[in-house]
Design a protein around this ligand. Structure first.
Ligand code: ZN
Length: 257
């Protein structure tokens, strides 16, 4: 017989067990006559046990104890299973939380990378004519220039070729520009200016925000020209005469020209 010692609220079964122990002890005494293996003080404290009908006490005690044992065992098993289920659930919840956290982190990293890529794209200049080349260089001499030298560069471009903003900025001029023909001037994000001349048509208006590669017009041969091309100029200020080397300027901003 297992003597499971219940605790706390299970005091009643515990008393039953003690009673059973005494009863079993007395039973052993009467059948074998050996007293040495028994707890003498416990026996002495219960002198009436042998006089009140031992057999019914033993039978009843065993049955009750067996029932209580079975009940305690079942309760113990149920508690153990409940604890295991709770632990399993907690582990699953922790795993779900970890997975969600990792997914959120991955999403964040992705968004960060996308923002960084977009930031880089917006800060990287492009050529004003895709896949073209400089047909007349900066500061090249010639009677055709009003200043005596070429204040920009000419990109080879057949009439009707899309003209692109080289970078991020705001359109400050869009329309007729005298010797430059139809032109667009953009104040760039870094405070410099870019100018696009001889356009056959202008596709933006003053105040418009532009980004690298956005089409701002179509190339042509308006103004003081001998043929279709794009005149592209870069300036440190809005004023004519503050021109800088356009190719070096584009390359310094990451353009592949
Ligand atoms: Zn030119």
């Amino acid at each position: 017989m297992a003597f499971t010692r219940a605790t706390g609220k299970h005091r009643r079964p515990s008393r039953v067990h003690r009673g059973t122990a005494r009863a079993a002890g007395v039973a052993a005494l009467t059948t074998t006559g050996v007293i040495g293996s028994l707890s003498a003080p416990a026996l002495a404290a219960e002198p009436a046990a042998g006089q009140t009908g031992l057999t019914p006490v033993v039978t009843l005690g065993d049955e009750v104890a067996a029932r209580v044992d079975a009940q305690a065992s079942a309760q113990h098993e149920a508690a153990r299973e409940a604890a295991q289920a709770a632990a399993r659930e907690a582990a699953e919840e922790a795993a779900r939380e970890k997975a969600a956290e990792e997914a959120a982190e991955a999403r964040e990293a992705e968004e960060r990378a996308a923002r960084e890529a977009e930031r880089k794209r917006l800060n990287t200049f492009v050529s004003p004519i895709a896949g073209s080349y400089v047909s007349t260089g900066y500061l090249s001499g010639g009677a055709v220039w009003s200043s005596g030298t070429h204040t920009g560069v000419d990109f080879h471009a057949a009439s009707g070729t899309p003209v692109l903003s080289v970078g991020m900025g705001t359109v400050v001029e869009a329309g007729w520009g005298g010797a430059y023909g139809n032109q667009v001037v953009i104040k760039m994000h870094d405070g410099t200016y870019t100018q696009y001349g001889h356009l056959s048509s202008v596709g933006v208006s003053v105040g418009q925000q532009v980004t690298p590669g956005l089409q701002i017009g179509v190339s042509g041969a308006t103004g003081n020209v001998t043929g279709a091309h794009l005149h592209f100029e870069a300036r440190t200020t809005a004023e004519y005469g503050s021109d800088i080397d356009p190719v070096a300027y584009l390359r310094a901003h990451g353009a592949n020209v």
